[in-house]
Design a protein. Sequence first.
Length: 271
Amino acid sequence: MTDSTADLMSQISRRLASQLSLVSLDGRRRPGPPALVVVAHGSRNPRALSTVRALLDRVRDQRPGLPVHLGHIELNAPLLPDTLAGLGTAEAALVPLLLSRGYHVKRDIPEMAASSEVRARVADALGPHPLLVDALYARLVEAGWRTRMKEETRRTSAVVLAAAGSRDLESKVDTNRTAQLLAERLGVPVVPAYSTTAAPTIPDAIRSLTASGRHRVAVASYFTAPGRFATECAEAAPWIASAPLGTHPAMAELILHRYDQALATPARTAA
């Protein structure tokens, strides 16, 4: 069986399972679960959209029968208001594909939801969460990080957690917490740094670590998908740089976790 045939058979099986899950034993159609709307930021990089779509396929694979939709805050179609308009008055949970709190999570997404007819709940940002650390760790190992190292090597190693940056102070709190969790996993210092808006910058963080005797500095890409910021951060790495979190299985698992959390809480509306 070719890869394309196997993919087609997988899609057919997934759709069949989805349809069967909506039929009870007596043949009556039962109501489906609330829709999951994954809210991505949007990017001019075409690889970002393809990565997000592949991630949503992983989510569908993990939970057959769940209606999964995509909406963007800007730059890419479908835009979130259009996705919500297509759902009419349905119930849905909106899960931001964003790694920390900030204006988009606290204002933009709730306001777009409130402007629609959808009975919407807005989930928390993905981070901080141990599942993100699982994905970050795996991406670093893929890039060449040693899972075992001598103490001398450990004393000269460090990681820069490269994030997008935000003026929102809670966003920095969230990124700092992720850096702390990753440091506990790796056993070396992890310094959060930013590609825009916030300080320190990635080059400044690298220089500071090098000056302190940490000559093996890896850059951990704290981005959900490829894009300009992720590329620039990787280019600044003096040693290894990990790939964006992308379609790592922990990302799909975390999206579903935030979906479940959102359904267990009252709906949010814009302030």
